[in-house]
Write a protein that binds this ligand. Structure first.
Ligand code: PLP
Length: 369
């Protein structure tokens, strides 16, 4: 591997922000107490957890008692989908965590239906309504897609589900950096977030559950999180997530224009490949289908060749790395030659210069194929 690497895989994970890390540090060493302990030292740790809960709530315009801490996006999704108990309608561009939950519930006899995406990467309210059945209890559509970056019309989708008496869940794991999340304005019943996508550590996230929505717990044991999620809190990670979500909100405008500059430079410098366009998308994620002299290039082989040259990108999500099938999102959108796609994703630390150099490397590597 080249000594000077360029990381273009921020949709897989982000580094922990130093300020965020420093805020969390004392909770590993000094204030290490169990927040469930009744003594005053335990209550110090508990105060930090509750502060983080208020920070998370404020960032998505929820009430603090509607935030349930989990180990991340996958667990939040499992809790929402398995916890409702009833039929599901899920979009066919969801993350593997959602699709696998739907398959598991279907195998156990639940009525599971799929909501179609259109060629522009958009799930329309009409498609959602069409997919609902008599036994559908919950409709699920992600806020920002992790493969192409398409932004979904969540407010209109939630309204369409509610008009049929169906609850609405959104996976907002890829939305926090670029999108103003407002659970009240959007009208969602549940929303999942994962810390490591917005410069907090891995292994922490939350599920927003609107007051009044009844869920069965996935993990049972202690009475943490109101009995909905048993297990001792990861206090430092929760503290970090509270700080990180506040910082992501404060930086959002600046971040969006920075990432746009980076993405524009990357795309402008590319002299090969076809960028997958969507009706509305974030600039953080750019997926491209590549063709070489002798036909379409296997995306996995290209990503490996780029890695050797120091450019780190991915084929689909990190969770499905190694899979021989192209990303489900691209198949659902009807993208031609989907197995020739590579995903590049940008972040706070990507410079315009890196974007240019990475695109030049892509140009040179593709010419070799
Ligand atoms: N949902 C989306 C859209 C994602 O991109 C990811 C992670 O890649 C997840 C869910 C899973 O989150 P976690 O890694 O916190 O389990």
């Amino acid at each position: 591997m080249k000594s000077e690497s360029i990381y273009l895989d921020y949709a897989a994970t982000t580094p922990t922000d130093e300020q965020v890390f420093n805020a969390a540090k004392p909770y590993y060493t000094d204030i290490f107490y169990n927040p469930a302990s009744a003594h005053f030292l335990g209550q110090k740790a508990n105060a930090a957890v509750e502060k983080a809960r208020r920070q998370c709530a404020q960032a998505v315009n929820a009430n603090a008692d509607e935030i349930y801490f989990t180990s991340g996006g996958t667990e939040s999704i499992n809790l929402a989908l398995c916890g409702v108990g009833g039929g599901l309608a899920v979009s066919n561009i969801e993350h593997d965590a959602t699709l696998a939950c739907a398959q598991k519930l279907s195998a156990n006899g639940a009525d599971v239906r799929y909501i179609k995406v259109n060629g522009d990467g958009v799930v329309t309210p009409e498609a959602l309504t069409e997919a609902l059945g008599e036994r559908t209890a919950l409709a699920c559509v992600m806020a920002v897609n992790n493969i192409v970056g398409s932004v979904q019309p969540i407010k209109r989708l939630a309204a369409a589900a509610h008009s049929k008496g169906v609850l609405f869940f959104t996976d907002a794991v890829q939305a926090v950096n670029s999108i103003d999340i407002d659970v009240k304005d959007w009208g969602v019943d549940m929303l999942a977030v994962s810390g490591h996508k917005f410069y907090a550590p891995k292994g922490v996230g939350f599920l927003y559950v609107k007051r009044g929505v009844k869920l069965n717990p996935s993990l049972v044991g202690g009475n943490q999180e109101g009995g909905l999620r048993a297990g001792t809190h990861d206090v430092p990670a929760i503290v970090a997530m509270g700080e990180a979500i506040q910082k992501a909100k404060a930086l959002r405008t600046e971040y969006v224009s920075h990432v746009k500059r980076v993405a524009d430079t990357f795309v402008k410098t590319l002299d090969c490949g076809k960028v997958i366009e969507c009706a509305e998308k974030t600039d953080e994620i750019v997926s491209v289908v590549f063709r070489g002299k002798n036909g379409y290039i296997d995306g996995g082989r290209l990503a490996t060749a780029l890695s050797v040259e120091g450019v780190c990108c991915s084929v689909g999500s990190a969770c499905s790395a190694g899979s021989a099938t192209p990303p489900q999102t691209l198949l659902a959108m009807g993208v031609e030659h989907a197995s020739s796609s590579v995903r590049f994703s940008f972040g706070r630390n990507t410079t315009v210069e890196q974007a240019k150099r990475a695109a030049q490397t892509v140009n040179a590597v593709v010419k070799r194929f």
